[in-house]
Design a protein around this ligand. Structure first.
Ligand code: NDP
Length: 259
């Protein structure tokens, strides 16, 4: 029987693949058999990671992409081969009191996390539709797609919007056999938050707050991306998959039963 989770013969584009979650997903795609295009602004990092994957016997290449720059998005999309799988992972974060965001900060986060992803998905999706062979689009949302934590208002606007877009595109592109889903990673240790998680108070808090008390890593997300990109997920669309150690669905309390 053919492995339903194999990505053999598929081409995957990972937007935001130079490090962190995007890199881990790109590595998982390549390991699952996909020709994987690692894209972001940092060509040196991407070339290095793609070369490492090729040395390990997988198919990988690098592509320059700045999702905050329309010309860069168009240039990248025009140079792409036929893409079967698009993983939108590029993103930035800014933690501040709502009252203190400047217009420039707001625009920067919206441009990267939402407007650029919108434009890239339009261009890649249009080609998928024209090609007529279906495809998979995966957005990297966040727990902020569905939950509210303080000081993440602008980030939360973008991540909620990606989850909204997931549902609508799933409906719109279902007739083209394109499945659209969203992954909501939990607390994943990366460059985006490494400094914040140095604080003992936060580490202790996580220990009591989450069913699985350990912090996640990019490697916890990669396999879920492979699953949603694979033929095994052909009947799954318009979903959000929390990969968060149980944070968004469980709670701890001090009660202990007598028996
Ligand atoms: P990192 O900072 O480690 O990685 C961010 C990635 O996004 C890099 O590859 C970076 O590439 C890319 N990127 C940023 N800006 C741009 C841009 N303008 N154009 C192209 N690529 C860009 O962060 P994470 O791995 O933690 O985050 C990845 C995604 O996961 C983000 O969307 C984030 O919101 C989301 N997420 C993360 C969580 C976490 O706990 N870490 C939790 C929930 C969601 P480069 O700098 O080379 O351009």
């Amino acid at each position: 029987m053919k492995n339903p989770f194999s990505l053999d013969g598929k081409t995957a584009l990972v937007a935001g693949a130079s490090r962190g979650i995007g890199l881990a997903c790109a590595r998982s795609f390549a390991q699952a058999g996909a020709r994987t295009i690692l894209a972001s602004r940092d060509m040196k990092a991407l070339e290095g990671e793609a070369a490492k994957l090729r040395d390990e016997g997988f198919q990988a290449e690098a592509a320059k992409l700045d999702v905050a720059n329309s010309a860069s998005i168009q240039e990248c999309a025009a140079a792409l081969p036929d893409v079967d799988i698009l993983l939108n992972c590029a993103g930035i974060n800014l933690r501040k009191k709502f009252e203190t965001y400047t217009r420039e900060e707001y625009d920067r986060v919206l441009q990267t996390n939402l407007h650029g992803i919108f434009e890239l998905t339009q261009l890649v999706g249009k080609k998928m539709i024209e090609r007529g062979k279906g495809g998979k689009v995966i957005f990297i949302g966040s727990m902020m797609s569905v939950l509210g934590l303080p000081y993440l208002s602008v980030y939360g606007i973008t991540k909620s919007a990606l989850w909204g877009l997931t549902r609508i595109l799933a409906a719109e592109w279902g007739r083209h056999n394109i499945q659209v889903n969203c992954i909501a990673p939990g607390f994943i240790l990366t460059d985006l938050n490494r400094d914040m998680w140095q604080q003992p108070v936060l580490k202790n808090w996580l220990n009591g707050a989450q069913a699985n008390p350990k912090m996640g890593s990019g490697e916890d997300i990669g396999p879920s991306a492979v699953f949603l990109a694979s033929p095994g997920a052909d009947y799954i669309t318009g979903q959000i998959l929390a990969v968060d150690g149980g944070y968004s669905t469980t709670a701890n309390w001090p009660f202990e039963p007598n028996a």
